[in-house]
Design a protein around this ligand. Structure first.
Ligand code: AMP
Length: 279
């Protein structure tokens, strides 16, 4: 695997590969890689000739400085994991490589920025679109892979690709879970034993909604799911909602198009999110 740290080197490498007619798949990450990330690498290897992973802890998408400072950065281990997953190129730039002083990014995220994660993490999607756009420009991928774990992020990026008429296909990939159901996340390593054990409640609440979807009302489903979080003082629920899959508006009535249940919750100091599509 080639490891590149600058855009100039990356663009040179990609141009050479493209001139040979090879297609490029991009998997953007913030590192601290787990099986969820590696499943995206696996998808890219199936769909593209060359797989590029990026590892960049993007400061502009953090609304919480403590979260940014504590974000795990096990780069040596990440490199080993990418190599054994068969990744071809790792792009691992420093912050100064990606951002100049006083840079303006005025892409208007729109309606999605006022809902769920957008509402609770002001500026988050502005930062996400800013860095993903830069990565798209540098890597010029034919296809880019994102996890359903960050479903709203996928919708935001899909909208940006459309708005800016970028010629990049996007693929949404399934959520990879721990054996007990907890969605894999780089933040899970920050949970202590007690927090880790209780974290499965996010998955259980979503499963509850899915299991009882046909027999209970939307209101009952959301209220009952919220009760899962009430008893434990380590848990601080931000939302558990059933929404339209496209707009992420709160669903007013059950729709034949299906729905998505989404949850965000602090477990101790660690904020976790998860979701489940209701067929
Ligand atoms: P991150 O490093 O958290 O920014 O995630 C990089 C990419 O991996 C994003 O597209 C995430 O949605 C995806 N991802 C994170 N966790 C998982 C998971 N458990 N299963 C599948 N994809 C994931």
């Amino acid at each position: 695997m080639k490891i590149l740290n600058t855009k100039v080197e990356l663009v040179r490498e990609i141009n050479q590969l493209k001139s040979k007619g090879l297609s490029i798949g991009l998997v953007p990450t913030m590192g601290a890689l787990h099986q969820g990330h590696l499943s995206l690498i696996g998808e890219s290897k199936k769909r593209a000739n060359i797989t590029v992973a990026s590892i960049f802890v993007n400061p502009t998408q953090f609304d919480n400085q403590e979260d940014l400072v504590n974000y795990p950065k096990p780069i040596e281990e990440d490199i080993r994991k990418l190599e054994s997953a068969g990744c071809d190129i790792l792009f691992n730039p420093e912050v100064e490589e990606m951002y100049k002083d006083h840079e303006v990014w005025d892409y208007e995220v729109g309606d999605l920025d006022t809902k769920l994660e957008g509402e609770l993490r002001p500026g988050h999607y502005k930062g996400v679109t800013q860095i993903v756009y830069k990565l798209f420009k540098a890597v010029n991928p034919d296809i880019a892979f994102f996890g359903q774990k960050d479903y709203q992020q996928f919708l935001v990026i899909s909208k940006m690709v459309k708005d800016l008429a970028l010629h990049i296909k996007l693929q949404l990939c399934d959520i990879v879970r721990e054996p007990d159901g907890l969605a894999m996340s780089s933040r899970n390593v920050r949970l202590n034993k007690e927090e880790r054990d209780i974290s499965v409640v996010l998955y259980k609440a979503l499963e509850y909604i899915k299991q009882h979807y046909t027999e209970l009302s939307l209101q009952e489903l959301q209220q009952n799911a919220a009760r899962f979080f009430e008893k434990n003082p380590l848990l601080n629920l931000e939302y558990v909602k059933i929404c339209d899959k496209e707009s992420l508006d709160l669903l007013q009535e059950k729709s034949p198009n299906g729905a998505i249940a989404l949850v965000a919750c602090f477990v101790g100091k660690v904020r976790l999110i998860d979701n489940m599509i209701i067929p």
